[in-house]
Design a protein around this ligand. Structure first.
Ligand code: HEC
Length: 122
């Protein structure tokens, strides 16, 4: 029993090290602008109305994979015409909007309905 107890700090150290390495890897993977854009898209709550992939949801229209030009996109987020809440530069920077825009552009088109095997079966 005593021996086991002495092993606990070692086990904790090993686990911390492993977790640290895994977090480190995750951080490097997140360095892609599109990944950071996705993070902002989620953290800023855009996904709640526009869906995780920007394909449109209950409240917001589809905004991916072909969003408006960056200028029009930024203008719209700063001053939406209707239901959408306005996001001031204090809340979300131009840099973040640019990354979100990159992320939205990187989202693949959904497949053509005619290419779905289940729908072409006789
Ligand atoms: C509360 C729901 C809601 C949230 C949150 C929201 N939107 Fe919207 N968004 C809308 C609605 C609704 C519209 C349609 C215009 C309007 O009603 O103002 C819209 C329109 C847009 C448009 C224009 C679409 C087009 O092609 O005409 C863009 C771009 C956009 N949103 C981006 C964003 C981004 C980026 C975020 C996060 C920073 C965000 N939205 C957060 C609801 C939302």
């Amino acid at each position: 029993m005593q021996i086991k107890n002495r092993h606990i700090p070692i086990a904790v150290a090993v686990l911390t090290l492993v977790a640290g390495i895994r977090l480190g890897t995750a951080a490097t993977q997140e360095d892609q602008p599109t990944d950071r854009g996705k993070k902002d898209f989620v953290e800023m709550g855009c996904f709640q109305c526009h869906g995780y992939q920007g394909h449109g949801g209950r409240a917001g229209p589809r905004i991916a994979p072909k969003p408006l030009s960056l200028e029009a996109f930024t203008r719209l987020v700063r001053k939406p015409p209707n239901v959408m809440p306005a996001y001031s530069p204090k809340v979300i920077s131009d840099e973040q909007l640019k990354r979100i825009h990159e992320y939205l552009k990187s989202i693949p088109e959904p497949p053509e309905v005619s290419t779905l095997p289940i729908l072409s079966e006789e």
